[in-house]
Design a protein around this ligand. Structure first.
Ligand code: PMP
Length: 361
C-alpha cells in the first residue's frame, strides 16, 4: 500500500510546503551553515564534560524551568544594563523565534520581513498559522525604510522581523532605521542578531534601543560566534513583559539540565570561545577583497559569511565546488551563492576550488 504525506490529515496551509533543508554532507570543507569552524579546545571540552557529569547526578529531577542561572550569565555577557528578567533562553534562537510567533502571531495576524533574509522566518511564521508578508530589500540589500514604513502602515503586522547582520546578504542595519521602524510598528519588532559579534566597527546593537522601546526584542544565539551550534542555545533580550508573554507558550522544562549546564559553563569561558571572532572577521574581510579582486560581485558583509556572484547558473558552480569537496550554500537571490568563513586552510581550499569551478585558473 502506498501511503504518502498527502494521505495524512495535514493542515491545508502546510500542503505543498518544503522543510528547512541545508544539505548535511560529509565532505572535508563544510562552509554552508555559518558555523564557527573552531571546535572547543580539549580543556574546554573537559570543563563541559565535567559540568554534564555534575548535572547527570540529578537528572531524575526536572531542570530549572526558568533557567535562572543561565539567564543571569547571558545578561552579564550582554551588558548594556540588561538584567536577568529581560533575558529568555531556548533551544537555539529558532525556538526563541517560534515562541515569539506563538505568543504574538497566530491566525488572522501578520508577520512581516525584508527579503532576501533568513529562510526560517517565513517557515516559523507559517508554522504558527500566521500570514507572512515579504517586503523586498533594495539593490544594495539594505532595508528601504520608507518602503518598510509604508508596508507596516498597510499590513499592521503583529511581528516585524529585522535581521542585522542579515542572512544571507551580510548586511547590517542602521540603528536609526531600526528606531524609525520600531516607532511605527504596532506590534513587536524582532531584531535577529544571530551574527552580532561579527559586525564591523561602528554598527551598534539594537540592545541600545531596549530602554526606550519596550516592544523591541533582540534575538541572539550561541551557535555562531560562541562556536556552540551543537548545544542548541539561543536567547533574547527584551522588556520583562515580553519574557512573561513567552512563558505562556513555552513547554515546561523546555531547556534540558544538560543544555543549561553546558551553556553556563561555555559562558564562563566566553573569552576563549570568542577569541576566534577577530580572526574570522579578518578572514572575512580578506575573502571579500579577494573575491572582488577576481571580478566577482560581493555584498558587504558584517557576518561570518559572504554572498557573492553573479552566476548565470549558480547550481553548476555549487556542484563544481562540491565535486572538489567544498560545500557552500545555494541560497539568496538568483545568481548568488553564500560561503561561510572557515579556517584559513578551508578558505584557501574554497578559493582554489572556486577559481577552477569558474574557469579562472
Ligand atoms: N537567525 C539567523 C539569522 C540565522 O542565520 C540562524 C541560523 N542559521 C538562526 C537565527 C538560528 O540559529 P540557532 O537556532 O542555531 O540559534
Amino acid at each position: 500500500m502506498s501511503f504518502t504525506l498527502n494521505d495524512l490529515p495535514l493542515r491545508d496551509d502546510l500542503r505543498g510546503s518544503s522543510p528547512y533543508g541545508a544539505p548535511q554532507l560529509d565532505v572535508p570543507v563544510v562552509l554552508n551553515t555559518n558555523e564557527n569552524p573552531h571546535a572547543p579546545s580539549p580543556e574546554l571540552a573537559k570543563a563541559l564534560a565535567d559540568a554534564v557529569s555534575d548535572a547527570a547526578l540529578t537528572l531524575n529531577r526536572y531542570p530549572d524551568r526558568d533557567a535562572l542561572a543561565l539567564r543571569g550569565a547571558l545578561a552579564d555577557y550582554l551588558g548594556h544594563g540588561v538584567t536577568t528578567d529581560q533575558v529568555w533562553a531556548a533551544n537555539g534562537s529558532n525556538e526563541i523565534l517560534q515562541q515569539i510567533l506563538q505568543a504574538f502571531g497566530g491566525p488572522g495576524r501578520v508577520a512581516l520581513g525584508f527579503e532576501p533574509s533568513y529562510s526560517m522566518h517565513p517557515i516559523i511564521t507559517r508554522g504558527t498559522n500566521t500570514e507572512w508578508v515579504a517586503v523586498p530589500r533594495g539593490d544594495d540589500f539594505a532595508v528601504d525604510t520608507d518602503a518598510a514604513l509604508a508596508a507596516i502602515a498597510e499590513h499592521r503586522p503583529s511581528v516585524v522581523f529585522l535581521t542585522s547582520p542579515n542572512n544571507p546578504t551580510g548586511t547590517a542595519l542602521d540603528l536609526d532605521d531600526v528606531r524609525r521602524i520600531a516607532e511605527a510598528a504596532p506590534g513587536v519588532v524582532v531584531v535577529d542578531e544571530a551574527y552580532a559579534e561579527f559586525r564591523r566597527e561602528g554598527t551598534p546593537s539594537a540592545l541600545t534601543l531596549l530602554e526606550e522601546h519596550p516592544r523591541v526584542i533582540v534575538s541572539r544565539t550561541m551557535s555562531k560566534a560562541f562556536a556552540l551550534a551543537g548545544a542548541r542555545v539561543g536567547y533574547l533580550a527584551a522588556h520583562p513583559a515580553v519574557v512573561e508573554a513567552l512563558q505562556l507558550v513555552r513547554l515546561p522544562y523546555h531547556l534540558s539540565a544538560v543544555t543549561q549546564a553546558v551553556a553556563v559553563t561555555a559562558l564562563s569561558h566566553a573569552d576563549e570561545l570568542l577569541s576566534t571572532v577577530a580572526d574570522l572577521r579578518a578572514e572575512r574581510d580578506g575573502l571579500v577583497d579577494w573575491l572582488r579582486g577576481e571580478g566577482f560581485s560581493v555584498a558587504d558583509s558584517d557576518a561570518n559569511f559572504v554572498m557573492f556572484g553573479l552566476f548565470e547558473d549558480r547550481n553548476r558552480v555549487w556542484r563544481a565546488l562540491l565535486e572538489q569537496q567544498v560545500l557552500i550554500r545555494e541560497t539568496g537571490p538568483d545568481g548568488w551563492l553564500r560561503v561561510t568563513v572557515g579556517t584559513a586552510q578551508e578558505t584557501a581550499a574554497f578559493r582554489a576550488a572556486l577559481l577552477r569551478a569558474t574557469g579562472r585558473r
